[in-house]
Design a protein. Structure first.
Length: 364
C-alpha cells in the first residue's frame, strides 16, 4: 500500500478530530475570525476525513485477517480468512484512489463559490451580444446545477448584451465546475445587422475567480482609494439620482473595481470589495504558480481572435473546445446551459495533467 496515502490518511483524521474538538469548545465563539477559519477548514476536510477513516479501517481488517491465516485449523478456514483479507485489501485500494483524488489531486479552491467576469472582446456590437449569450449560458447552467447566481455589476451595451458583466455563482463546488471556462471564447455567425449574409468572427473573454473570504485576504483600509459617483445606464443615461456608484482602487496593486448595480452606495461598496478580494486571491494564486515554475497564460489573454479556448460556430451548429479537441453539434443545447460534456472532459484533462506532473516529479 502507498505509504504516502497511509501517512496522509492518518494526518487527515488526526487534524479533523482536532478541528472538531476546537469547534466544540464554547470559547471559540469569542473569536469570530478564528471560528470562521476553523469552521471553513473543518467543512473542507469532512469528506477527506470520512474516506481516510474508512481506508484505515479497511487496512486494519486486512491486517487482522492475514494474522488469522497461520492459526487456521483447516484449509477451508484458511481460505475464508484469505478471502476476507483480499476483500479488505480491495476496498482499501479503491479508497486509496479516492483519497488521492480528494486530498492530493484536488484543487483547494474547488469548494468555493465563484465570480465570473465576462467582457466583450474584438468585434464591436457583436462581441457585446456574444458576451450576453455567454452570461445567459452560464446562468442557465447554474440553474441546472441548483446553484444560486446574481449579477454583481454590469455595463450593458446600447445594442444589447454587455460590454462587461460580473456574476457571482454560489453552490457546493461551484469553482470546480466553472474554473475551466476562463479564457477567450470565439463566435462565428452572421450578425443581425449584416445585410450581405457574411459570417463575422467576434470574441468575449471570461475570467473565473474563486470567491475569497475576508479571513483569506486581508485588505488594509489605508490601501484603498474609494470614489463615489452617479450611476449611469447605456449611453450615459442616468439610472440613479444619488451618488451610489462606487469605484475602489487598491493602491499597492493598481487594481480598480467599480460597482453600480445596486441602488445603495453601501451595497455597491460591499460588492466591489468582494470582487477586489477575489481578484487579489487570484493574483496571489497566479504569482505562486509562477514561483513554482507553473506559468500559464492569463485567463483573459489579449482578447484577440487567435488566442481562443472555444469556438461557437452558428452556421454549422457546432462548438469546439480547442484544449481537449472536443467538438459537439448541439450549439443551441449548450447555449441553453448543457455544458456537462465540456466540464467533464476538461476535469478529466486536469486530472491527467496532474498525474503526469506527479509522475514526472514536478509540483502537481
Amino acid at each position: 500500500m502507498d505509504e504516502q496515502v497511509v501517512k496522509l490518511a492518518k494526518e487527515t483524521v488526526a487534524r479533523y478530530r482536532e478541528l472538531t474538538e476546537e469547534l466544540s469548545d464554547p470559547a471559540i465563539f469569542n473569536d469570530q475570525r478564528r471560528y470562521a477559519e476553523v469552521a471553513r477548514e473543518h467543512s473542507r476536510m469532512r469528506r477527506g476525513a470520512e474516506l481516510s477513516e474508512r481506508f484505515l479501517e479497511a487496512l486494519r481488517e486486512e491486517r487482522e485477517a492475514r494474522e488469522l491465516i497461520p492459526a487456521a485449523e483447516s484449509a477451508e478456514e484458511r481460505e475464508f480468512f484469505a478471502g476476507e483479507a483480499r476483500e479488505a485489501g480491495r476496498r482499501a485500494g479503491e479508497l486509496a484512489e479516492e483519497i488521492r483524488s480528494e486530498l492530493i489531486d484536488r484543487d483547494p479552491n474547488d469548494d468555493k463559490d465563484v465570480i465570473l467576469e465576462i467582457r466583450a472582446g474584438t468585434g464591436g456590437d457583436e462581441a457585446a451580444l456574444f458576451a450576453g449569450d455567454l452570461y445567459e449560458m452560464y446562468a442557465r447552467y447554474a440553474d441546472r446545477l441548483g446553484f444560486r447566481h446574481r449579477v454583481l455589476d454590469a455595463s450593458p451595451a446600447e445594442v444589447g448584451g454587455y460590454k462587461e458583466i460580473i456574476v457571482e455563482i454560489e453552490g457546493d463546488g461551484a469553482y470546480s465546475v466553472f474554473k475551466h471556462e476562463g479564457g477567450t471564447h470565439r463566435v462565428q455567425r452572421v450578425p443581425k445587422t449584416e445585410s450581405q449574409g457574411r459570417i463575422h468572427t467576434s470574441t468575449a473573454t471570461v475570467a473565473v475567480l474563486p470567491e475569497a473570504e475576508e479571513v483569506e485576504v486581508e485588505i488594509n483600509p489605508n490601501d484603498l482609494e474609494i470614489d463615489v459617483y452617479r450611476s449611469s445606464g447605456p449611453g450615459g443615461q442616468s439610472v440613479n439620482t444619488t451618488d451610489s456608484a462606487v469605484r475602489i482602487t487598491h493602491k499597492p496593486t493598481g487594481l480598480v473595481v467599480t460597482c453600480q448595480n445596486e441602488k445603495s452606495q453601501l451595497q455597491n461598496k460591499e460588492q466591489a470589495l468582494r470582487i477586489l478580494r477575489s481578484r487579489l486571491l487570484e493574483r496571489e494564486m497566479r504569482e505562486r504558480r509562477e514561483r513554482e515554475g507553473q506559468m500559464r497564460l492569463a485567463q483573459f489573454g489579449s482578447g484577440d481572435r487567435s488566442a481562443k479556448i472555444r469556438t461557437y460556430n452558428f452556421p454549422q451548429g457546432r462548438i469546439t473546445d480547442h484544449r481537449v479537441g472536443l467538438t459537439v453539434h448541439n450549439l443551441e443545447a449548450v447555449l441553453g446551459g448543457e455544458l456537462e460534456e465540456f466540464t467533464k472532459a476538461l476535469a478529466a484533462k486536469e486530472r491527467a495533467d496532474r498525474l503526469a506532473a506527479s509522475a514526472a516529479g514536478s509540483p502537481g
